[in-house]
Design a binder for this molecule. Structure first.
Ligand code: FES
Length: 253
C-alpha cells in the first residue's frame, strides 16, 4: 500500500472527535516558520467537521464572501488551532470561476499518487489546502496565492508555461517566497517547482447548497509539514466548538 493510501487508511481508522474554539486560532501563527519537530499527540482520533465562519462577525462564510482570484489570502485553521489553510475561489484571467475536478496527483518524493480534492460551491471553484509550505514550513503571507497572470518571483516564464499547459487559460499559483516552491491549485496543489518534493495537503470541503455554507471535514495527500499525521503536533479546538474562523490577510508579492 502506498504512502498516501496508508495515510488515508489511518484517517479512516480514526474514530472519535473533539472539536473546539476557533477564536484564539486566528490570532497567531501567520508570521515565521513552523518547526519540524517530533509532534506530540493532540488527543484527537478523527478529523473534526468545522463550519467556516467570518473571523470578525462569526457568521458563516457564503460564496459571495469568497472573491474569485482575491488578492487577499483567506486563511483559516484546521484540523488543529495552529494549522493554517488557504481558502481559494479559483478563476481564470477574466475572473470567471474555474471548476476544479479531482486529479491523480504524484508526490515527487515517493512517486506515490493520491486523488486530489475537488472544488466545491455552486461553481465547483472553491478549494482549500494546508498553507504550510511542504519544503521547510513557511506560512502566509510568505507563501500565498498569485492570481492568474501575476509574475512569479524567480520564475519569469512560469505563467506563460502554465498558460500553454492549460490550453490557453491563464491560471494562478501558490508560491512560497522562502525558497521558491510553487504549487498548482487547479491540479491538487501539485508541485510545479521545487525545492519542495511534496504537494500541499488538500483540505476536503463540504458545501451545503441550501444554506450556501462551507465546512472543512478532512484532508488528503501528504501529511501537513512536520507531522507524522495531521492530528498530531498541535492544540485541538476546544470541545463543543463546531466552527473555524476565516480571516483575510494581506499578501506580499
Ligand atoms: S519553505 Fe517554502 S520554499 Fe522553502
Amino acid at each position: 500500500m502506498d504512502e498516501e493510501k496508508v495515510d488515508s487508511g489511518k484517517r479512516n481508522f480514526l474514530k472519535a472527535m473533539i472539536v473546539v474554539s476557533a477564536g484564539a486560532a486566528v490570532a497567531g501563527v501567520l508570521k515565521g516558520v513552523v518547526s519540524n519537530v517530533i509532534a506530540p499527540s493532540s488527543g484527537l482520533t478523527a478529523f473534526p467537521t468545522l463550519t467556516l465562519v467570518d473571523s470578525e462577525t462569526g457568521a458563516p462564510i457564503h460564496t459571495s464572501d469568497i472573491k474569485v482570484n482575491s488578492t487577499k489570502a483567506y486563511v483559516y485553521y484546521y484540523p488543529l488551532q495552529n494549522d493554517p489553510n488557504f481558502l481559494i475561489r479559483l478563476g481564470d484571467q477574466n475572473n470567471n470561476d474555474v471548476k476544479v475536478v479531482s486529479k491523480q496527483v504524484t508526490v515527487p518524493a515517493t512517486g506515490r499518487v493520491f486523488t486530489s480534492a475537488a472544488g466545491v460551491g455552486p461553481y465547483g471553484s472553491v478549494i482549500s489546502s494546508s498553507a504550510i509550505c511542504q519544503h521547510l514550513g513557511c506560512v502566509p503571507p510568505i507563501i500565498h496565492y498569485y492570481t492568474p497572470g501575476t509574475p512569479i518571483p524567480g520564475h519569469p516564464t512560469l505563467v506563460s508555461q502554465q498558460q500553454s499547459a492549460q490550453n490557453g487559460m491563464l491560471t494562478g499559483y501558490v508560491h512560497c517566497n522562502c525558497h521558491g516552491s510553487t504549487y498548482d491549485p487547479y491540479n491538487g496543489f501539485a508541485v510545479v517547482t521545487g525545492p519542495t518534493v511534496h504537494p500541499l495537503p488538500n483540505t476536503i470541503l463540504d458545501y451545503d447548497p441550501v444554506t450556501d455554507t462551507y465546512r472543512a471535514k478532512s484532508m488528503v495527500g501528504p501529511t501537513i509539514y512536520g507531522k507524522p499525521n495531521d492530528l498530531s503536533g498541535g492544540t485541538p479546538f476546544s470541545s463543543g466548538t463546531t466552527t473555524t474562523a476565516v480571516s483575510k490577510i494581506s499578501v506580499l508579492s
